[in-house]
Write a protein that binds this ligand. Structure first.
Ligand code: 7TS
Length: 404
């Protein structure tokens, strides 16, 4: 069980008051707060190690390079990947997906080829494919979801076929909370000769993830949603895929030899990390991976299930409130969107902000999903490890804390 009292002390920002009330931060799907360990790692890097990497052979350059590469190993371990060289550091999930759309999509897709997405995707798993479709003549297909917020797998089976070159799907929805059956989708995609990309922006922070068990070909996520700094994303690709792909951005450090008539590329993953990367934030991300590893992702998941159950139970007691997405915590994570009769989400957000409570209201960068729900916006509370639940009300065995 997580010691939430101790965890909360690690987050300096949570000691703050907002509108003279204790800050209750429930916007973790947008970005999480940072523990002292991550902030200290960032400061320590600048105070003791700052140097450019993969170039100098002086002491600081070697130390910075070692620390940066060490985080690649931690990133691989976090998602059960066997080889750190299959990890590329990007700026965020959005860039990870755009990298695949450009570096894999431009070469492998043509007129009439199909990319299968779902109606619950974040815009960052829609727009890069629309741009790719415009460049190549490929066509997008969308899997619907059922009224209970689960993906319509029967429809998926019909949509994924011989024209499909890629299935790109969110692992955990940032609006509905739905956890999608990635392994089944991987089987469908592979049976059709297609690849599967998983948008792990909401799953890598909250679920134990093993890319081998998921059977996916690409997996992307963002460190700022999992206690790490902004400006660091990860793209993992199945062994061998990165080698086959064209570079994404050109410049320093991604080359082997440059001649007037053309260049050759560095080995992966460096082929995809042109220019000076976000060294400081990658190194501080190492502290975020350590923090989650020490808690254990199984414990994180159990804890968040308890909070989510409590939140949904409490919301359902309020007259006029309806929750979007699965009601079973086994099928969902801790992003809980709801609508309330006669109350606009922005008003709800403003009112609770007056009580020190940070939630998000809006379309959550998922306009296709909003249209499918038939609402312009929702209110959303999204949880992470540093919240307690009043589980005494719920009798949730995983958590005996009783102070919210
Ligand atoms: N995919 C999903 C499922 C997301 O939830 C988000 C961000 C992204 C991709 C993009 O992540 P980024 O780090 O590249 O920006 N989601 C949200 C959200 O729900 N509220 O603000 C950002």
């Amino acid at each position: 069980m997580l010691d939430v009292g101790r965890i909360k002390q690690d987050f300096p920002i949570l000691g703050q008051q907002v509108h003279s009330r204790r800050l209750v931060y429930l916007d973790n799907a947008a970005t999480t707060q940072k523990p002292r360990q991550v902030i200290d790692a960032l400061v320590r890097y600048y105070e003791t190690t700052n140097a450019n990497i993969h170039r100098g052979i002086h002491t600081l350059a070697v130390q910075a390079t070692d620390q940066y590469e060490d985080v690649r190993t931690k990133a691989a371990a976090h998602i059960g990947a066997s080889n750190p060289q299959d990890i590329v550091f990007t700026r965020n999930t959005t860039e990870s997906i755009n990298l695949v759309a450009r570096a894999w999509g431009d070469t492998n897709l043509g007129e009439g080829d199909e990319i299968v997405l779902s109606l619950m995707e974040h815009h960052s798993n829609i727009v890069p494919w629309q741009l790719l479709a415009r460049r190549t003549g490929a066509v997008l297909r969308f899997i619907d979801f059922r009224d209970d917020g689960t993906l319509d797998l029967d429809q998926a089976r019909g949509l994924i076929g011989e024209r499909t070159k890629l299935v790109s799907i969110v692992h955990m929805s940032n609006v509905l909370g739905t956890i999608n059956p990635v392994a089944e989708l991987a089987e469908m995609a592979h049976a059709a000769g297609a690849l599967l990309l998983v948008d792990g922006a909401q799953s890598a922070p909250h679920l134990p993830v093993d890319v081998t068990q998921l059977g996916c070909d690409f997996f992307g996520f963002s460190l700022h949603k999992m206690l790490g700094p902004t400006g660091v994303g990860v793209l993992w690709a199945k062994p061998g895929l990165l080698e086959e792909m064209e570079p994404f951005l050109g410049g320093g450090e991604m080359i082997a030899i440059v001649k007037p008539e053309g260049s050759t590329w560095a080995d992966v993953p460096h082929k995809f990390e042109a220019g000076t990367p976000n060294i400081a934030d990658v190194i501080a991300s190492g502290a975020a991976f350590d923090y989650l590893r020490e808690l254990g992702m199984d414990s994180v998941r159990e804890h968040e299930k308890a909070i989510t159950a409590y939140a949904m139970d409490s919301l359902q007691r309020i007259p006029g409130v309806s929750i979007h997405g699965p009601l079973d915590v086994e099928q969902r994570g801790g992003a809980v969107s709801f609508s309330m009769d006669c109350a606009h989400p922005h008003d709800i957000s403003t009112i609770v902000d007056g009580h020190g409570v940070a939630i998000r209201a809006g379309h959550h960068c998922a306009q296709l999903l909003m249209r499918r729900l038939g609402v312009p916006a929702t209110s959303r509370g999204s949880f992470a490890i540093q919240r307690r639940c009043r589980c005494a009300h719920r009798g949730v065995a995983a958590c005996e804390e009783d102070v919210c």
